[in-house]
Design a protein around this ligand. Sequence first.
Ligand code: PAF
Length: 280
Amino acid sequence: MVITRTREELYKILEEFSKKPGKLALIPTMGNLHDGHLSLIKLAKLKASKTITTIFVNPLQFGKNEDFKKYPRTEKLDIEKLKKEHCDILFIPRNGEEVFSKTEKVTSLDSGSLGSELCGKIRPGHFNGVLTVVNRLFELINPDVAVFGAKDYQQQILIKKMAKSLHPQISLIKAPIIRSKNGVALSSRNNYLSEKELELAANLFKCLQNSVTSYQKREKLNEILDNANSFLVSKDLMPDYFELRDSELNIISKNNYIGKKIFLGSVTINNTRLIDNIEF
Ligand code: PAF
């Protein structure tokens, strides 16, 4: 695996790799890689013959009171894991300037009204920061394919919309959620939780599963959502939201059985926010 920490080196490496046949797949990450990230790389390898992973903890997507400073940074371990997966290139910028140079105008993107709903309501500006950095990485790397995890479903929909208008040549791939044995969706933020809290966290997935079953049994949507919220609170998981949407994240206010749906939830447990969803 070739590791690059500067944009200049990155361009040189990309130039070399462009001479090799096949597609280039990008897997953007913020590091602290777990099996969820590694599954993105495995999927990328099925879709393209060359892979590039980026590790960049993007300050633009963290609010003032969020965990930018304490976000887990585990560079050495990450590099080992990427080598094992036979990732070809790692871009791990030595500082923010390598991504957003002070001498260039940064194109700040606006995530629109969907960017202020669901997670965006709790994290104002978060999705603007995500779109801005992903657009920047697309500009710097210009991959053929880019892979994003379905756990961050809202992020993936917003990136899909952004790419459709600004980078239509890039194919986006949605990778399935990877879960621990008890059902908790893998996330770097799970590291903040104790064993006991992780056990409690499994109830978010249970709640999503129960809600899907109830919906399929044609129970009333408002009752399903009320039951879900009470269930989460009873398990010490403070719901930030728990909703049913269609697969493009349009609001659904009444039961309908046409097209794909998704139950999405976000809960806070001891100051840590966890998100999860089931598409059905
Ligand atoms: O999902 C993430 O890890 C981040 O939001 C991303 C896509 C790497 C942008 O910083």
